[in-house]
Design a protein. Sequence first.
Length: 230
Amino acid sequence: MKRVAVCDDEAAIADLVVQLFAGNGLEAHAFYAGADLLAAAEQEPFDLVLLDIMMPGMDGFSCCRELRRKSSVPIIFLTAKDEEIDKVVGFELGADDYVVKPFKPRELLARARARLRRTAGSDGARRTGERSVLEALGIALDEDLYVTTLHGEALTLTPKEFAILACLLRAAGRPVASRDLFEEVWGEEPNVQSNNTVMVHIRHLRKKLSDIDSSREFVETVWGVGYKLG
């Protein structure tokens, strides 16, 4: 059973999220201070951490920084701070996702499960120190540093493009269904617009790859299924 840590100084919120996860087959533990979470993580590692930002004493950014010094555990910020700069700082510190309060329990659960699946599917990733680097076709994607290159040249990707490319790299040439990409990247159940949404982001991703190397189609369409790396 996957172990999830939920850290929020508002006990009602932390306990609610723990109940949500526990009721859906996850072992969840509530912490109300960053220092307590760090101490527990030293004793036994977690598979996923949900972290509030605005906490007294050690805030979420500081806690995330400390976790990243010793672990590559997936981290999702769960916070009321919805300014773009806060999200940028969070991702730069090594966070994997960012959910703004008030959140929808079903969406939060879907995002957490997607992150756990990505971690479970990254066994083929090359480990560089504490970092996980996915590589294929001249592409190198560092999930912890949030850096992507093609033939050594930097790729400037949006968070959604980055996540899509990471999913395709993990699949190692196997087709990934459009609905699965949508569920993993957007953290929501597919709907009537899902395929179009994914298609638009794939088009932008292809364009950025082609700007560096137009000699091949890096992302191929598998008709009736989805997409794969070519």
